[in-house]
Design a binder for this molecule. Structure first.
Ligand SMILES: Cc1cc2nc3c(=O)[nH]c(=O)nc-3n(C[C@H](O)[C@H](O)[C@H](O)COP(=O)(O)OP(=O)(O)OC[C@H]3O[C@@H](n4cnc5c(N)ncnc54)[C@H](O)[C@@H]3O)c2cc1C
Length: 448
């Protein structure tokens, strides 16, 4: 049986969710076993080609683009094993690297388990999410890659390698967060916690009051398990979201969920964005209405249902990780720039928090972090807005999210990451020919 003939298909034009990256790979394959992945990688390596993996295509950057072989590992979605409980009740779980977070969360729930934290959607694959440093919010919590305790990957000669804290430790560091630049992840071992519910408390609050309390040890960032807020430019209102473990506020009524999440956050939001695209001068007024329309609500639900919400309005995004203390001056500078230029921005700015970690290429490496994410409706230009915000973020020592739009290059990212050169060394050793490299990894991680 000719594996290549049975497994590869004529390559379709591939594009990401945001329509900011596209590719026509020479070959596309969706292998269903690790052995097939290894054979496909070995063949591509022998031909001197290029291998990239795409998860759910939810990165805004061209991280997954390939001219050679593009792999999709949706079929590698098995739960391989669930480990025994540790003293704190957590367990290690090994899953296929292609599993989507949505499916993973439901599978974990069947075993009485959950991910400790999650971002605001659950469409991503587990490998894609960890590879770009995907994170949620919570001042004492860390990103998804920090929860990875081991990986199995297919390396540059098609060999299968186990990497964790004890074996191939340095490879493990770059494998768990490194844009797929040291191999194809086929399985991931994750630390999971006992399943829990969250009580969500969402309410509009004055921007000034929220900013004033941000650095306060007793303020909402530290007083809640998960705290974030959305600020609509040109308004002084923010929608705060505080999620705390336990509680008994009851479920959200299906009608209210539909009105808020589907009609206001998606249906009406699409219409208001289109309106601002046509009549740009309406943006400040529309933002005022939008900020007020999102009403207060409280409910309790399984953690994964509270973390993730549907996002159907297409947008472009840039997100910067700042030292936590820099977020207020950075937001004030953005406010000044927006009011000075009158830029059309009908999408809110999202602000989240995370604890320092020690994952080499994590945006939260070595420092407590505040994340500032700017979004732009896909029919509106984003370049000038994102450039201006990026300049502000750089002046505060910001690090860009690896999966979201930015203009940084390896030369100026290296000083921002104490272990950047170590990661480059590991990458050179694991992949001397650049089999797993593409233009984006060369730009942001450096050529070999
Ligand atoms: C609507 C939306 C909401 C988002 N919300 C958040 C959020 O709340 N928090 C946050 O931090 N980010 C968020 N993101 C960004 C998103 O989490 C990341 O871009 C993530 O990488 C996307 O996962 P994916 O499965 O789509 O990966 P892809 O974009 O397909 O791939 C990402 C990278 O992983 C590599 N990769 C994928 N699978 C493998 C594998 N098996 N082996 C090796 N490398 C692999 C790819 O080659 C690529 O370099 C959001 C994005 C969108 C579009």
């Amino acid at each position: 049986m000719d594996l290549m003939r049975t497994q590869t298909q004529p390559a379709p034009l591939w594009q990401n969710w945001a329509r900011t990256a596209r590719a026509t790979p020479r070959r596309f394959a969706s292998p269903s076993t690790e052995a097939e992945v290894a054979a496909l990688v070995a063949t591509e390596a022998a031909e001197g080609g290029q291998v990239r993996v795409v998860g759910a295509g939810h990165s805004f950057t061209p991280a997954a683009v390939s001219d050679g072989l593009l792999l999709q590992l949706d079929a590698l979605d098995d739960l391989e094993w669930v480990g025994p409980p540790a003293a704190d009740g957590s367990r290690l779980v090994r899953v296929g690297a292609g599993i989507r977070l949505r499916a993973l969360c439901r599978l974990l729930a069947e075993h009485g388990l959950a991910l400790e934290n999650l971002g605001d959607i659950d469409a991503q694959s587990v490998a894609g999410a960890i590879s770009t440093g995907t994170h949620g919010t919570g001042a004492t919590l860390r990103g998804l890659a920090d929860q990875v305790r081991g990986v199995r990957l297919v390396g540059a000669t098609g060999e299968v390698v186990e990497a964790d804290q004890d074996q191939h430790r340095e490879l493990f560091e770059v494998a768990r967060l490194g844009l797929g630049s040291v191999g194809v992840l086929t399985a991931v071992t994750l630390r999971c916690v006992p399943a829990f519910t969250l009580t969500a408390d969402e309410r509009p609050r004055p921007l000034g009051a929220v900013l004033e309390a941000l650095d306060d040890e007793a303020g909402p960032v530290h007083a809640n398990d998960h705290f974030e807020f959305y600020w609509f430019p040109y308004t002084d209102v923010v929608l705060t979201k505080a999620n705390n473990r336990g509680g008994d506020a009851g479920p959200l009524s299906p009608v209210l969920r539909m009105v808020d999440d589907e009609i206001l956050s998606n249906g009406v939001f699409e219409v208001t964005n289109r309106l601002c695209t046509v009549v740009k001068s309406l943006t400040p007024k529309v933002n005022w209405v939008a900020a007020r329309a999102l009403s207060a609500r409280r409910y309790t639900a399984p953690s994964y249902e509270v973390f993730a919400t549907p996002r159907r309005v297409r947008f472009r995004e840039m997100e910067y990780a700042l030292p936590a203390h820099a977020v207020v001056p950075a937001l004030r500078a953005m406010n000044t720039w927006l009011r000075h230029t009158g830029e059309t921005v009908p999408f809110p700015v999202e602000v989240r928090f995370a604890a320092a970690d020690d994952v080499w290429l994590s945006t939260a490496y070595g420092r407590d972090t505040a994340y500032v994410a700017v979004h732009q409706y896909h029919r509106l230009p984003f370049a000038r807005y994102f450039r201006a915000v990026e300049d502000i973020m750089r002046s505060h020592d910001g690090r860009p999210h690896w999966g979201k739009l930015h203009r940084r290059r390896a030369e100026d990212l290296a000083p921002a990451y104490p272990r950047f050169d170590d990661a480059a060394r590991v990458r050179r050793a694991a992949d001397p020919e650049g089999l797993f490299a593409n233009e984006y990894t060369d730009r942001v991680l450096g050529g070999r």
